[in-house]
Design a protein around this ligand. Structure first.
Ligand code: SAM
Ligand code: SF4
Length: 360
């Protein structure tokens, strides 16, 4: 295949995607170049900040890859207080971030649901409705998704983690709580309710092949997502997948593959929002900025109070564990400007794809 002519197309077959994902150091620069062109033409040079609040590491689930899984007893569990969340939200508002992400372990009990509903309402009251809020709190019933939507959540991030049912089963316990069909249905429900819906996968997982990743990209297109968050899988010692660490590709390769996934998705879905995720930075200190240069347009500065950060270690070597929100924001801002991009302060930066979808 001739990479130049394949890249001129906006739609790729599975075979073409496998070919592109396998590109060597020279060819991958061509993919990045094309992705940057598409990005700048369609979504422009603006980067949108979403202040990330890691609300709690209490989780009812036991995903085999995740450091805060229920079965890891070496984690000090925490919940932020209402005041801590509101303080973080007000900080974001003052700094003109315009958007927040509230993320945490999956819980479906009524108390948790009510706490989130009340937080959404209070954030709206205190910021005069100026913040757009993304939730990333796992699978919930349709009723709960609706309750949160009505309380003011606009976007929901629920990674499929891996769109191949078989591989999904290898990454999760086989029980009612970790059912692939339920996750798929949840994505569908979120869309029906009216959320901007984001999903994504981890890249470089044990047992994962380039064919799996090609299928993941086609899956995103098929379910017509509005936002994507993808990043390298990074091993964590206190998880079941740790035993497969010797079978993993080197971290640098996982990083490069993640860059190619972001770039290809930008070419395939030019008007969606794509996050430059924290896991990119865990491998490369300027990994998020590099992701912006190949198609990403959203970044999530961490606003979780520093004393809780050690409790939210999803994987080893998570960055910015001891950085205050201000330091984090300032260094990001400088690096983004240096890279020639502009920050969309005070702008929601909603997914253009969602806007078009909801107008049609
Ligand atoms: N509990 C919610 C959920 O699972 O959807 C949201 C929080 S969860 C910690 C957010 C994301 O972290 C997951 O979707 C997963 O992709 C990612 N994650 C977990 N463990 C990881 C690891 N070892 N390496 C990279 N990403 C990981
Ligand atoms: Fe819980 Fe999410 Fe981690 Fe799975 S990935 S164990 S649902 S926090």
């Amino acid at each position: 295949m001739d990479i130049g002519s394949v890249l001129q197309k906006g739609e790729f077959t599975r075979e073409e995607l496998v070919f592109l994902l396998g590109a060597d150091a020279t060819d991958r620069q061509l993919i990045y170049k094309r992705a940057l062109e598409v990005k700048e033409q369609v979504v422009g040079k603006k980067v949108y900040f979403r202040g990330l609040i890691e609300f709690s590491n209490v989780c009812a689930k036991n995903c085999f890859y995740c450091g805060i899984r229920r079965g890891n007893q070496r984690v000090d569990r925490y919940y932020l207080t209402e005041q801590e969340v509101l303080d973080a939200a007000m900080y974001a508002h003052r700094e003109r971030f315009a958007s927040l992400v509230i993320q945490g372990g999956e819980r479906t009990d009524r108390q948790h649901v009510r706490t989130i509903t009340s937080l959404l309402q209070k954030i709206h009251q205190q910021t005069g409705g100026e913040m757009h809020i993304t939730l990333s709190l796992g699978e919930q019933s349709e009723e709960v998704f609706r309750e949160w939507y009505e309380a003011g959540a606009h976007r929901y991030l629920l990674r499929i983690e891996e769109s191949d049912r078989e591989l999904y089963r290898n990454l999760h316990p086989e029980d009612r709580l970790h059912d692939f069909s339920v996750r798929m249905e949840a994505l569908d429900t979120l869309k029906r309710i009216g959320y901007q819906v984001g999903t994504g996968v981890m890249i470089g997982l044990p047992f994962q092949t380039l064919e799996h990743l090609a299928n993941d990209l086609l899956f995103f297109k098929e379910i017509d997502i509005d936002m994507a968050g993808m990043g390298p899988y990074i091993e964590h010692e206190e998880t079941p997948l740790w035993e497969h660490r010797d079978a993993l590709m080197p971290r640098e390769e996982r990083f490069n593959l993640s860059m190619k996934m972001i770039a290809l998705l930008r070419i395939m879905m030019p008007d969606i929002n794509i996050a430059a995720t924290t896991a990119m930075q865990a491998i490369d200190p300027i990994g998020r900025e590099k992701a912006l240069k190949v198609g990403a347009n959203v970044i999530m500065p961490n606003l979780t109070p520093v004393q809780y950060r050690e409790g939210y270690l999803l994987y080893d070597d998570k960055p910015c564990v001891d950085e205050e929100a201000d330091e984090c924001k300032n260094c990001l801002e400088a690096r983004i400007k240096l890279a020639g991009d502009e920050i969309g302060y005070g702008e929601w930066g909603d997914s253009l794809h969602y806007k078009k979808r909801s107008e049609s």
